[in-house]
Design a protein around this ligand. Structure first.
Ligand code: DX5
Ligand code: ZN
Length: 224
């Protein structure tokens, strides 16, 4: 099976050295920069916005995978697209018109995705398949890094994979399946086996710098 794509979440990086941190994960073979935006409204935490995205953009070539944990969503889409986001994913309960938000993201030249919380059903995908470039399954409740992976996500992953395969088998466009929360060395094998294309990992990566501040060892280990 092909190596899983890795999206290190900079939520667990050293915020005083973000430029160096994203360069280090790219040098170690990361496939995306996962950028968590929290607004103290949709989730009970507060992080970073478009200005930080714009500042980081020239530091790496790999795509920036923007995970918006914000409500409302639409007004931020143009700002993050302009700041250099490549993919923009939002939580559908946080948008009044989910179909419109997906179209807005694509109209700004970005790949569009929905993020489903542990208790949010896959049924959100039903009438959106043609407008999705990715589906992100949360394996923890959003808001914080360092939480424990919820094992029932594996079942949900297999079901989401089945829906995506049925879609592409009938001529639909590809849809990436991404997992976010509690991904570690000891569960990534099962997560990939269940059908994930992209794994986000925050604390597992940024707590494992080598002596020189690099992440080659942990990223190589997660990619197997
Ligand atoms: C949680 C964020 C995640 C988080 C992952 O709301 O969306 O991206 O940073 O961190 P770990 O891998 O530590 O669970
Ligand atoms: Zn995230």
């Amino acid at each position: 099976s092909p190596a899983v794509r890795l999206a290190p979440s900079i939520l667990s990086a050293d915020f005083a050295r973000l430029g160096e941190e994203v360069r280090a994960i790219e040098a170690a073979g990361a496939d995306f920069v996962h950028f968590d935006v929290m607004d103290n409204h949709y989730v009970p935490n507060l992080t970073i916005g478009p200005q930080v995205c714009e500042a980081l953009r020239p530091h790496v070539q790999i795509p920036i995978d923007m995970h918006l944990m914000v409500e409302p969503v639409d007004a931020l889409v143009p700002l993050f697209a302009k700041a250099g986001a490549d993919c923009i994913t939002f939580h559908p309960e946080a948008s009044r018109h989910v179909d419109r938000t997906l179209q807005l993201i694509r109209a700004h030249g970005c790949k569009a995705g929905i993020a489903l919380n542990p208790a949010t059903p896959l049924a959100w995908m039903d009438h959106l398949m043609d407008k999705l470039d990715l589906v992100l399954l949360m394996s923890v409740n959003p808001g914080f890094g360092g939480q424990t992976f919820m094992a029932h996500t594996l079942h949900k992953l297999r079901e989401a994979r089945r829906r995506i395969e049925a879609h592409t088998a009938t001529g639909g466009q590809p849809i990436w399946l991404e997992v976010d929360g509690g991904v570690k060395l000891d569960n990534i094998g099962a997560i990939v086996q269940a059908g994930a294309d992209i794994c986000v990992a925050g604390s597992a990566i940024f707590s494992a710098a080598d002596a020189a501040g690099g992440y080659h060892g942990v990223i190589r280990a997660l990619q197997q």
